[in-house]
Design a protein around this ligand. Structure first.
Ligand SMILES: [Zn+2]
Ligand SMILES: [Zn+2]
Length: 414
């Protein structure tokens, strides 16, 4: 019988895993420097949490969620995104009682029942961050600056930040009406999804990827022309701070984001690697979501980064070697094997990566394995070495070699 992974999911193993480690390490360093702390939520949540926050008419909720009923009759969903669970955690644990803003980052798998196609997975990984309790446009700019530093540190080039404001509950209704007026004469030609969106949330039509809908939205009114005074002021301040921080940006009035919960600032980060523009992160402000979840009024903003695409990008522009053993101990004969094992055990106590040759393998095949692992040093132990108490070491990178007392091996390797 042959087993294979399910459609749309993937295993991650060496050497790719080292790129994942690198990205996760840089994220932790850079995000921590801006005061973001890690938060981990469960992979399963009540289905309601996503229906309520992401919005009933979104593709995610309508078509893509992995939802099941458990043995207790509860409706449960594998998280399709990270923001709603973090908000649920923030409200449930009264984290709003701590000094504001509270800033968190997360990383882990998300699940969507996507049609499998290039670059789309049913289990995919995201790194994201959320900041609660600050409505000031300064935090919006700080977050974009943090993202810029993160991607630069990973070697990505040609970064561009597309930004927009989609207004607030006061000014959005006017824009929604203007969009309905605009699409009223075209409704027959919209795709079936957009016909429904027309009634429930016409902003969604701007997100539609169907060709005819893309043509039909040509000339649609811009949300930025409908901002109320406060939203306009917020957006202008945000953009001026991007200039102050030298963050390359373009205002994209068509970027409305697909999820219901966004308010005001939205953004998307693209980079030039791999030839075409690739979106590597997206996010925005969601000033009403904490209240919707039963918390106090709490402005908030966050973003998510798609790991799979980022891994591809980082691999394409990185020259990092993959980790290799510091020491390979080849043994001749049973006493040599025993002594080699003892030395390895000592060195591993200080986290030195040691590999051993195993019985039955000739010295030649042991050394071939040392070479294939790109081991930095090789030690050879046999009866003679045990008798004299001295070992020969060889550095494979430059062929240099020398001798060392067995009693000094522990201090010799880092
Ligand atoms: Zn407004
Ligand atoms: Zn459509």
């Amino acid at each position: 019988m042959k087993y294979s992974a399910l459609k749309g999911v993937h295993d991650i193993f060496p050497p790719d895993i080292y790129t994942w480690h690198k990205i996760e390490g840089v994220a932790k360093d850079i995000f921590s420097a801006s005061g973001f702390q890690e938060l981990r939520t469960p992979i399963i949540e009540s289905t309601d949490i996503f229906v309520r926050s992401i919005g009933e008419t979104t593709d995610i909720v309508e078509k893509e969620m992995y939802t099941f009923t458990d043995k207790g009759g509860r409706r449960i969903t594998l998280r399709p995104e990270g923001t709603a669970p973090v908000v649920r955690c923030y409200v449930e644990n009264h984290l709003y009682n701590l000094p504001s803003p509270q800033k968190f980052f997360y990383s882990g798998p998300m699940f969507r029942y996507e049609r499998p196609q290039a670059g789309r997975f049913r289990q995919f990984f995201q790194i994201g961050a959320e900041s609660f309790g600050a409505g000031d446009p300064k935090i919006d700019a700080e977050i974009l600056s943090m993202l810029k530093l993160f991607f630069e540190r990973l070697g990505l080039e040609g970064l561009n930040f597309e930004v927009n404001s989609i207004g607030c509950e006061k000014c959005r209704p006017d824009y929604r009406n203007a969009l309905r007026d605009f699409f009223a004469g075209r409704i027959d030609r919209l795709c079936p999804d957009c016909k429904r969106r027309y009634e429930k949330n016409p902003l969604r039509i701007l997100d539609c990827k169907v060709d005819t809908c893309i043509e039909l939205k040509e000339g649609a009114p811009h949300v930025t022309d409908f901002l109320c005074g406060e939203c306009r002021e917020h957006f202008d301040a945000f953009v001026s701070l991007l200039k102050l921080l030298n963050i390359p940006h373009a205002i994209n009035p068509n970027m409305v984001r697909g999820l219901d919960y966004y308010t005001r600032t939205t953004f998307e980060v693209t980079c030039q690697n791999l030839g075409s523009q690739n979106a590597v992160a997206a996010g925005g402000r969601y000033d009403k979501l904490v209240e919707d979840f039963g918390g106090p009024p709490t402005p908030a903003i966050g973003f998510a980064i798609g790991m799979e695409r980022l891994v591809t990008l980082v691999k394409s522009c990185s020259i990092d070697g993959i980790p290799a053993p510091a020491v390979f101990i080849a043994a001749i004969g049973a006493p040599g094997e025993r002594e080699g094992l003892r030395i390895a055990d000592q060195l591993r106590k200080k986290a030195v990566w040691v590999e051993l040759g195993y019985a039955g393998n000739s010295l030649k095949s042991q050394l071939r394995r040392a070479d294939r692992l790109s081991s930095k040093h090789v030690l050879i132990i046999g009866d003679d070495e045990i008798k004299s108490g001295r070992l020969k070491w060889k550095r494979l990178s430059d062929g240099s070699q020398g001798e060392i007392a067995i009693s000094e091996v522990y201090d010799f390797f880092e």
